[in-house]
Ligand binder design. Sequence first.
Ligand SMILES: [Zn+2]
Length: 341
Amino acid sequence: MEEAQEHFEESLDKFLKRRYQHVRIPVIPPKSKYLQMCARVLRGKAKTKTIELSPSDYLFLRKYDVALRDGQERLVEAVLLQPMAIQPRVGKIYLYKEEIFDTLHKAHIETGHGNADDVMRHLKPYQNVTINIVHMFLKYCKECTENTWKEELPIKENNVCQIGLIDMHEHPDRQYKHIFVFRDNSTKFILLYPLVGTSTEIVAKVLLDIFTIFGAPSELMCDNMELTGNTIQELGGLWPELKDISLKFQKLDEQLLDVKDSLMSWIKDKKSSKWSEGLRQLQLRMNGTNHSDLSCSPYEAMFGRKLNVDNGEKKSTIEAVCSQKDDFKKNIECNNNNDLM
Ligand SMILES: [Zn+2]
């Protein structure tokens, strides 16, 4: 929430600067300026004759007034007296910058996460909130954006995944000499496994593990057609319900080959040859970092929520923990769970 407020206020500042750069009196003044404006109104009103007012003060008072609202002195829109009016119109309240977010948030919640029009109707008593500002605010409502995001997510009939092997023969970690890479292509979610060998039996076991969690793809891209073909056949024996999977040749791309470089840096940094221990952390970092094709992280694309790393009471997103390769290298911790494979 605090983070959303910060981002919103930043955008609001930029918007106001761009839109109202030639306006002398800020449309949404900061509180200090707001109080000065109230004082200027009160000073002007204290003068008994219009003639005592400077032309600029005179114009200021045609626009602004101060009135008690809910027991508070507020800057309000000046309402010119209309002698024939049965009921004088009540001047709308000006909001100051520091209260905009809370006011919008309250209106949005009270309208049941209402859309921009609902929120605008709710904000009728206020003078200086425009529909643009409401739209800007709505972008920062996590619940609303997550819902739209889910609605807009295309339902793909073909689920395409990619697998590949990275040879680590030159840098074996005990019995491990390969890394098995799996990627779901629509979400870019990846899984990394250290392998002791590349027999169809070993690869089939890994794929069975993955497919029984995420479901089997309809198309599998691979860098070794023979091995994958045999593996799928083997898998059919282990899992008779498995539907047909079509295979297509595709070499691992740079992002996936990066795994090797990252592990090489890790080995150098840790002065350890046990790269299999760094593999899970690398997997977590890759899934938790925003992907250029997605505008979110693979983890978010897969699960529809941010990845949180639980450090006891303190929770932070993985980006904050290890967004940089360097941070990753420093923060990496040994994790022996990979030894299971
Ligand atoms: Zn909302």
